[in-house]
Design a protein around this ligand. Structure first.
Ligand code: HEM
Length: 119
């Protein structure tokens, strides 16, 4: 993706707000919170900021694990994936990201379903 989406949505500061909002939603959901128990949330948050920034075309290098490897031990099902995807989409919209940019980002996130659920 060109850098324009990252720039248009407001760069690093905007992505940080989206990611904070995203994890607030995820961790408030009883169906999801168990997956994150005992996880190093600060490092996860930092990697998620890098990941979403690079998905949006930002000049940021993602330094975390490969998506399949990062989620392999978690036994995530399709419903959990879809719920997490919905929270990401809501977090993008509620932080003022325009529809076409939300769609461009979510189109790439949907592509991660198989690796994340280990299919
Ligand atoms: C929607 C697409 C998703 C994206 C873009 C995503 C992104 C990421 C990223 C970037 C990391 C960091 C890996 C690292 O630090 O090396 C991670 C880890 C993690 N993700 Fe996801 N994730 C997604 C879906 C999910 C879902 C559906 C769940 C659970 C329901 C989940 C639970 C976790 C957990 C628990 C970790 C920490 C693993 C660990 O530290 O051992 N993720 N994810």
């Amino acid at each position: 993706m060109s850098q324009s989406v990252y720039r248009e949505i407001g760069g690093l500061e905007a992505v940080e707000s989206v990611v904070d909002d995203f994890y607030d939603r995820v961790l408030s959901d009883d169906r999801l919170v168990g997956y994150f128990e005992g996880m190093e949330m600060e490092s996860l948050r930092a990697h998620q900021v890098q990941f979403i920034s690079s998905v949006a075309g930002g000049p940021v290098e993602y330094s975390g694990a490969d998506m399949r490897e990062a989620h392999a031990h978690l036994d995530i099902d399709e419903e959990a994936f879809d719920t997490v995807g919905t929270y990401l989409e809501q977090a993008l919209r509620d932080n003022g990201v325009a529809d076409d940019n939300v769609e461009a980002i979510m189109a790439q996130v949907v592509e991660l379903k198989d690796p994340v659920i280990g299919r």
